[in-house]
Design a protein around this ligand. Structure first.
Ligand SMILES: [Fe+2]
Ligand SMILES: [Fe+2]
Length: 540
């Protein structure tokens, strides 16, 4: 029996964790991780310990979706208290680093008045000494840049925080991960390996290449007490298998949200990988099983957790030849280098590209176009829309680009000309600044200011102006967080009255009136580009 060949079941959920909290891209760079530990995790845990019932009620209230509430029905107070205490005990260096960032901000606020910053180096708190450069902008507003590659080499980057939690996934319902830590349970197998460990690749290869139970047990170092559980994650049944395009030319497939797979005979490109597992559902979808064995480029549009999802990236990285990420600002706290983040979690061949830079591949190219907005007006450079030319086709993957300045697209049109098809996000309400970036702020932000600065994509007026400017013939609204399997990272539930739905409906109507094909993508879709005239009957 030990010699039977077994695959990893396609519904095994693998959550990457950082000290039991769901690992997202701000939990890798030491500085943003430290701020999230003290300003998000500790605050949520303290609040739950003090008032568990408030949390239990809040998670049931649709108006509070995505709020700072732990989704354990108010019944895990002791476990959460232990987690908080254990983190305080085990990670004093992160608390120190977070405090140092707050102190440095305070020093700069009170002491940097436009005169030389040289004397202030003496006042930089010890944990940050030698890891920061103090700078002004041209209006003499002080700030600091972190020397990120060095900080990863310091005691503030500790791979022992990282682990994976494996369990069986049977449906789309999952707690919102920025607010609820994953606790140990008898249905979950805790694999204590850092994200860059090669065994993680071996584990996910098991989805397509079977091995014996004896080998798997040894590879994952499964203790006897967990053997039954881990064995239940395996199956002798091979996966359903990926269906290649079978000579029908260039194809794209929508996997949900901003995840699109574009394939030609020569090249495979996957945008913003966020995939569903395979389980029974009313909403048809492509899943991990629908990916080819080899992906030439994984392309990331920006550093938000619904576009850079470690849970997916770790599972597919062994198939990926190159990752393309936008360049970051070089050390500002709110804009950590995504290249370094991906390298730290074990991705190879990470290519950092700047706006208007192009990369050529066999039968086409990828050009990074500027992407405005969506980051609450913070100085974040790590964002790009991607213009792909493939064969005779051109497609723009604009993600959450917010057309705050239509003149940009006039300038771009002069450079790149007309574009056949655009994929554009229209999540135009967006969360306030503090929802994602709050832990990085060291001074309380006024509510009205916070509310005015959103993580929002384009509305109708903004979207139609991009479409007009590029004379697009096809419009796909995507990245709306609508698919039911995204709740754990997005916490969005629309109604017909939600502004993103109203605005995108208006866009579809307006496009149709002008003879432009427009659709809001949902679930799955497949299009072959060779037969442009017929594509709409092919769509699922
Ligand atoms: Fe975003
Ligand atoms: Fe998004």
């Amino acid at each position: 029996m030990d010699h039977d060949l077994l695959y990893l079941r396609p519904n095994i959920q693998v959550e990457p964790l950082f000290d039991y909290w769901y690992a997202w891209s701000h939990l890798i760079p030491p500085a943003t991780a430290a701020r999230n530990v003290t300003e998000r995790h500790f605050k949520i845990m303290d609040s739950y310990i003090n008032a568990p019932q408030v949390h239990a009620n809040a998670v049931k209230n649709p108006k509070l979706l995505g709020g700072p509430f732990i989704d354990y029905d108010g019944k895990r107070v002791e476990d959460i208290r232990n987690l908080r205490n254990q983190t305080k005990q085990m990670r004093p260096q992160l608390i120190e680093l977070s405090d140092a960032i707050a102190s440095l901000d305070e020093i700069l606020r009170t002491r940097a008045k436009g005169f030389s910053l040289q004397p202030l180096y003496n006042l930089v708190p010890d944990p940050l000494k030698g890891y920061v450069e103090l700078v002004y902008d041209l209006n003499h507003h002080p700030s600091f840049r972190i020397i990120e590659p060095l900080l990863y080499e310091s005691r503030y980057y500790d791979r022992s925080t990282q682990s994976l939690m494996l369990s069986v996934s049977t449906g789309d319902e999952r707690p919102f991960v920025l607010s609820t830590p994953r606790l140990e349970s008898e249905t979950h197998f805790h694999l204590r390996l850092p994200f860059d460990h090669e065994i993680i690749d071996e584990l996910f290869r098991l989805k397509s290449v079977p091995r014996s139970w004896g080998e798997i047990k040894e590879m994952l170092n499964v203790p006897e007490s967990s053997e039954r559980l881990v064995r239940s994650f395996l199956t002798p049944d091979p996966p359903a298998g990926y269906a290649p395009s079978q000579g029908r030319g260039i194809r794209w497939r929508y996997f949900g949200h901003a995840c699109v797979l574009l394939e030609s005979r020569e090249t495979t490109i996957l945008f913003d990988p966020v995939l569903s597992y395979t389980y029974g559902s009313d909403v048809p979808r492509y899943t991990y099983e629908d990916l080819p064995d080899s992906i030439d480029y994984v392309v990331i549009t920006h550093n938000h957790q619904d576009h850079v999802l470690f849970e997916t990236i770790l599972q597919i990285r062994h198939k990926v030849k190159n990752f393309i990420v936008p360049i970051s600002s070089g050390g500002f706290l709110q804009d950590p280098s995504l290249k370094l983040v991906l390298k730290q979690i074990g991705c190879k061949n990470v290519i950092e590209m700047d706006q208007m830079e192009s990369l050529d591949f066999g039968n086409g190219s990828i050009t990074l176009l500027p992407f405005l907005g969506e980051h609450s007006d913070l100085n974040v450079r790590c964002k790009a829309a991607h213009l792909v030319r493939i064969g005779k086709h051109s497609l723009l993957f604009a993600a959450d680009s917010c057309n705050m300045e239509p003149r940009l697209y006039e300038h771009l049109h002069r450079e790149v000309g007309d574009i056949d098809a655009i994929f554009l996000g229209m999540e135009c309400d967006g969360a306030p600044l503090s929802w994602l970036y709050g832990p990085l702020l060291t001074k309380k932000i006024e509510r009205a200011m916070d509310e005015s600065r959103r993580l929002a994509g384009s509305n109708f007026d903004q979207a139609i102006r991009i479409i007009d400017q590029f004379n697009c013939r096809e419009v796909y609204i995507y990245a709306m967080g609508q698919e039911p399997w995204l709740g754990y990272i997005m916490s969005i539930k629309y109604t017909d009255q939600s502004r993103p739905i109203i605005e995108s409906n208006k866009l579809i109507e307006e496009c149709s009136a002008r003879g432009v094909f427009a659709e809001r993508l949902f679930g799955k879709k497949e299009v072959y580009l060779e037969s442009v005239n017929q594509i709409h009957s092919v769509g699922l």
